[in-house]
Write a protein that binds this ligand. Structure first.
Ligand code: FAD
Length: 478
């Protein structure tokens, strides 16, 4: 029997945007209902994104570390890889974390409804349950946190050999050859996993470089390693056609270094971006507006054009990252609870979890150039870092982008092993309006990679202990 329910705050989607919003709203005293199709909250990030990909990358890193241990005189045999066990362990990580989020819902008295939500009007949702039942849920406010899905390449080929990121994360077997279409972060991360497990990986990227939008000097150490890990990387290259054959997918490639235009791959992974899940929500029954790419239009308080309906996370575009979704979710919840706040971060960090990693936040060097900002850029090479040397990973750099007049830190970029664990300090520095001298004068522990942040700041004053860069102008660290 269908039910007529009501709630103070309805949240559509239980991903990092939706559950962060729900928990904040509940902590602020609101009565909250979250609707999602999965058994527990987690969304793309936990079920088919950040968490399973990082678990697999961790497993890949173990293999790489074992292979590179011969530098220390330690040799292991070729690893025996039990793919079923790898998949089960990844699943168990996901299950532990999503169940934990389910328990947090219970602890906070957030009602979690398994179903598919669709707007009937600006104050009511239809909730379709798996058993075919349709409940209605009246709400005072709603937050749309329905996320995004993988974009499809042209006319979809109906083949089990063709995968998107979701399929690639459920590794059933390791193909002999894999074509990754798209040299963005998801393609490179998953390509790293498959290549380390033994697949011959070829990457094709439409633009002139891997990781479009990321500063080239940060990409370089990764591109150099991937050049040896991957079979081939083809830039400025397009996929013209794909055809299923008995022994694989025949792919017609067009690019400057493609000699043999038609090649057969056992499997193909398409990672060409993500699209907002805005089309199946019944938005036409509301006043919510979307842009020409389907992203919901919001203001800096996450309000849509329909009063009482908010939107957050991937579905509003911008940085399509879990932590950005969560931060917006918490802001939306605070606004609904009556707080006068806005989503105006100075820095949203981004991490590419390849080996080595790349991380950056704030203004990039490329943006600084495009916007003609008057900045100084200082680099500290990891070859000068004691810690990087003890790890036998001297390939990397930490760079600082500062305002040329005030020395205020505007941006930070790091390429190197574990860069993702370091970038939080850069985000804090930017949010707090820190000067390069603040970072330089903060004593960092030795020997750690965090010292590279301090030394990149010291380099601005020509005073990095382990790296000589003559002082430019009259910069002073006091
Ligand atoms: P989502 O996490 O997409 O959650 C939306 C939820 O809404 C989903 O559960 C969906 O099923 C549900 N939903 C949709 N429509 C309805 C409806 N009508 N009714 C009910 N429920 C609905 N980000 C990072 O920050 N770091 C990473 O390392 C990282 N790695 C990634 C790796 C991969 C392979 C992928 C694909 C993504 C990765 N991301 C990463 C991106 C990250 O997953 C997303 O940015 C994040 O999940 C967005 O959160 P969200 O809450 O906006 O939406």
């Amino acid at each position: 029997m269908s039910e007529k329910l009501s709630t103070q705050l309805a949240i559509i989607g239980g991903g990092p945007g939706g559950y962060a919003a729900a928990f904040m709203a509940a902590d602020l005293g609101l009565e909250v209902t979250v609707i999602d199709q999965e058994d527990n909250p987690g969304g793309t990030c936990l079920y088919r994104g950040c968490i399973p990909s990082k678990a697999l990358l961790h497993a890949a890193k173990i293999i790489t570390d074992a292979r590179e241990a011969d530098f220390w005189g330690i040799t292991f045999g070729e690893p025996k890889i039990d793919i079923d066990r790898l998949r089960e362990s990844t699943d168990s990580v996901v299950q532990r974390m999503t169940q934990g989020l389910g328990q947090l819902c219970t602890a906070r008295k957030v009602k979690y409804v398994k179903g598919l939500a669709n707007f009937k009007d600006s104050r009511t949702l239809a909730v379709y349950k798996q058993d075919g039942r349709e409940d209605t849920l009246a709400f005072e406010n709603a937050i749309i946190a329905a996320g995004s899905r993988p974009a499809i390449l042209g006319k979809p080929l109906d083949s089990p050999r063709l995968m998107n990121s979701t399929g690639a994360l459920r590794i059933e077997s390791v193909p002999k050859s894999l074509l990754v279409i798209g040299g963005g972060y998801i393609g490179l991360e998953l390509g790293t996993v498959y290549a380390t497990l033994g697949a011959k990986v070829t990457v094709v990227e439409m633009t002139g470089g891997l990781l479009p939008g990321v500063d080239r000097d940060l990409v370089k150490p990764v591109a150099q390693r991937l050049d040896t890990l991957f079979e081939d990387i083809h830039l400025n290259t397009k996929v013209k056609k794909m055809t299923e054959q008995k022994n694989g997918i025949r792919v017609d490639l067009e690019g400057p270094d493609i000699k043999q235009g038609k090649r057969i791959f056992e499997r193909v992974l398409v990672c060409i971006g993500r699209k907002p899940n805005s089309s199946g929500l019944g938005l036409k029954n509301t006043k919510v507006q979307t842009d020409d790419r389907g992203f919901i239009v919001v203001d800096d308080q996450c309000r849509t054009s329909d009063p009482g309906i908010y939107a957050i996370g991937d579905i509003v575009g911008g940085a399509m990252l879990a932590h950005k979704a969560s931060a917006e979710g918490r802001t939306a919840a605070e606004v609904i609870a009556g707080k006068n706040v806005a989503f105006e971060p100075m820095a949203i960090p981004a991490v590419v979890f390849t080996d080595p990693e790349i991380a950056w936040c704030g203004v990039t060097e490329t943006q600084a150039k495009e916007q003609k900002l008057n900045v100084e850029v200082t680099r500290f090479p990891w070859a000068a870092s004691g810690r990087a040397t003890t790890l036998n990973r001297p390939q990397g750099l930490t760079k600082l982008i500062t305002d040329a007049d005030s020395d205020q830190i505007l941006g930070m970029g790091i390429a190197g092993s574990g860069a993702g664990e370091l970038i939080g300090e850069g985000a804090l520095a930017i949010e707090m309006g820190a000067l390069a001298s603040d970072l330089d004068l903060t004593i960092h522990p030795h020997p750690t990679l965090s010292e590279t942040l301090m030394e990149s700041a010291a380099a601005l004053f020509g005073q990095a202990t382990h790296f000589h860069r003559p002082k430019k102008g009259d910069k002073n660290r006091e």
